[in-house]
Design a protein around this ligand. Structure first.
Ligand SMILES: Cc1cc2nc3c(=O)[nH]c(=O)nc-3n(C[C@H](O)[C@H](O)[C@H](O)COP(=O)(O)OP(=O)(O)OC[C@H]3O[C@@H](n4cnc5c(N)ncnc54)[C@H](O)[C@@H]3O)c2cc1C
Length: 401
């Protein structure tokens, strides 16, 4: 590949910033442009559902840029939304009408909060994806509303925990029989349900939202089982969808994200890479085409994709991480590495469920594929390394571990 003169990174958040940092670290000395829709410089999202809502952190503590990053010499184009990509012409189109030419492009546009269709446009109904969402919710929490959280995934469960930490009345509504079931399975989902109940969260499981009650301000929810949940604040946490709308018509393959090869290069456009929540690629280690919405993946994949972009066709290195996510709820640090499927067998190898401090391994065909820990951070990281090296259940159960 000819020497690259100008690289454009679209999406100026975690994966975007890590991409820019990696490109410079790896010796790229050409032009770097970062295009970001939000007006804010890159900031961290995990504290938005935790320390920002509980007011343990001022919002500016989420900033990701450090003083030394000025040396990266980046042309920041913030508050600028990309609305089209022409890979053949190597041009990016901005909503302002401006076109930016490039030699290579990195797509790091993340994901957007999913919405419930036909949600009325009334006060008090929010999603939580960005800093402005978190600040709006935080402002409402000061009025001590009754809170309904729709969706029991990681973000919903964290919002519920943060609101309880503020002493608010919280109801969580989840369509599946247990919160966190999609990521951790029924058994551990029920376990997390118990943990939330013990901390005062009212759980409504296996039901959906039939309608929002209220004319100009939300007053509550009507559930599919007929129940009425009074609430002056509703936070919807039903997942996210990859931000690929702006790539329609670009010719890139889009299928629940930007479809990439094993090296994180967009199919048919090797001078375009993708990383973070927006990227979908075949992870050889798990034999699965995956898209991972976790902080650690955004950083690791950005590093990897930056290296692949600069390496050209000479060095092809597949991206084969063991995915990792953490979640802080009440006084519990939950961490999960790897993959979970409902057919997996599981075994507790440290601590106990009763103590709420344990490490549990998941897997099948004799192979460990996932590890879940509650308040056992170091051990979980150790098992992440062991899964990378191909840990078998037989070895994992040996007492010497
Ligand atoms: C509330 C919350 C809490 C979380 N907590 C945890 C946690 O505890 N642990 C964990 O592992 N993960 C957590 N995550 C997930 C983690 O934050 C994400 O995986 C990470 O932010 C992904 O980074 P990204 O850069 O790929 O995408 P994003 O952070 O979504 O950034 C994408 C950026 O691209 C911009 N953009 C989108 N479209 C365009 C466009 N057309 N033009 C220009 N710019 C565009 C967006 O505005 C955004 O700024 C949390 C996420 C949220 C929302």
């Amino acid at each position: 590949m000819a020497k690259l003169g100008h690289i454009v990174v679209v999406g100026a958040s975690l994966a975007g910033l890590r991409m820019l940092q990696a490109l410079r670290r790896l010796g790229f000395d050409g032009r770097l442009t970062a295009v970001g829709e939000e007006p804010h410089p890159p900031y961290d999202r995990p504290p938005l559902s935790k320390q920002v809502l509980t007011e343990d952190w001022p919002p500016d503590r989420t900033a990701l840029l450090r003083d030394e990053d000025t040396a990266l010499d980046i042309d920041w184009r913030l508050g600028a939304r990309a609305c089209g990509l022409e890979p053949g012409e190597r041009k990016l189109k901005l909503e302002s009408g401006e076109h930016i030419g490039f030699d290579a492009c990195a797509i790091t546009t993340g994901a957007l909060a999913r919405r419930i269709p036909n949600t009325p446009d009334i006060k008090g109904i929010h999603t939580l994806r960005n800093l402005d969402d978190a600040l709006a919710i935080r402002a409402l929490l000061k009025g001590s509303p009754r809170v309904a959280v729709v969706g029991g995934g990681f973000v919903g469960a964290e919002v519920a925990a943060s609101c309880r930490a503020r002493g608010l009345e919280v109801t969580m509504v989840e369509a599946l029989p247990a919160p966190l079931e999609r990521g951790l399975g029924r058994r551990m989902g029920m376990y997390m349900a118990e943990l939330h109940r013990d901390h005062g969260v009212e759980l409504r499981l296996g039901v959906g939202v039939k309608e929002f009650i209220g004319d100009t301000q939300v007053a509550g929810l009507r559930l599919s089982d007929g129940a009425h949940i009074p609430a002056e604040l509703v936070v919807i946490g039903i997942g996210a969808t990859p931000a690929t709308d702006w790539l329609e018509g670009s010719g890139l393959e889009l299928d629940d994200g930007v479809l990439c090869d094993e090296m994180c290069r967009a199919r048919r456009a090797p001078f375009v890479v993708a990383a973070g929540d927006v990227a979908r690629w075949p992870n050889r280690r798990f034999g699965e085409v995956m898209r991972v919405e976790h902080w650690t993946n955004a950083t690791e994949q950005a590093d990897h994709a930056a290296a692949q972009l600069l390496a050209g066709s000479a060095a092809r290195e597949p991206f084969t991480p063991v995915p990792f996510v953490w979640s802080d709820q009440f006084d519990y640090k939950l961490q999960f590495c790897g993959r979970f499927t409902p057919e997996d067998e599981s075994v507790v190898v440290d601590g106990s469920l009763a103590e709420r401090r344990f490490v549990m391994l998941f897997g099948n065909k004799g192979q460990v594929r996932g590890v879940l820990g509650i308040n056992r951070p170091r051990l979980v990281m150790k098992y992440r390394g062991l899964i990378r090296r191909g840990l078998s259940f037989a070895d994992a159960k040996r007492p010497s571990r």
